[in-house]
Ligand binder design. Sequence first.
Ligand SMILES: [Zn+2]
Ligand SMILES: [Zn+2]
Length: 254
Amino acid sequence: MDLLSLVGMATKRRSDYFSQAQTLAKKYKSQPRLEERMKAESLGLVKGLRDKLMKWDEYQRTILDKTLVSALAACILGIKDDKTDRKLEKCWPIIVGDMLPPLVKFLAETKEYIDSGVLRLGDQTVDFADYNLLGAVPGAIDLGVDEIEGINPEEEGVVEASQGRAQGKTWPSLADRLSRYLATPTFSFYNLGQYMVAQDQGFKEMRRVVTGDKKMCIDCKNYGEQGWVPIGEMPMPGKGCRCHDRCRCFIEYR
Ligand SMILES: [Zn+2]
Ligand SMILES: [Zn+2]
């Protein structure tokens, strides 16, 4: 599916997504719980595809829906007040712009792996339970974000490719990769929701507070050192840093 038709489908279903997101936010109540839930769903979807419980078209459509609904739900959790709708309207184009272009690429790659037999439908040779999902592939080096600090994204890609991980060339690594659309971005979108509130309340400055642990990447460290900047002049956690969706910096306003 190309980007235009994906955006077209998403736009048509927007009000559905908004009400589904409200339900999801009400049910899971906090971003970490929402993220856990979406990780479980990523695994369930990939298993469903592998075990032929789900056809490709349904898989693809479900992922589109869940990517958008979980991002919206995360924004709702960040907004936390009664003027949700107006702020959510402002989040929507950002969600679509951030998520759909890489999603199109990701789905095309997955389809290619299936068509070329890299991923075999019905392949039961690997038990998902053997994997520390959604962690590393057994036997591979457990490469944490802290360990890839300082190397550029191309080198990082090569390392991940050699492990067959990030590329989604095994069913478990595909589940891991899918969670990076459905689950981990909820943190950034939760922050986006909070940003909409801060902007509304007239805060003038923002700063990115780094976690300070060894998982912090060099970009986040630099943002942390910049201190207070005018509101809107610093990217949300997960944007503009090489830890991407795994970034767990938070933003303060004043
Ligand atoms: Zn970072
Ligand atoms: Zn960070």
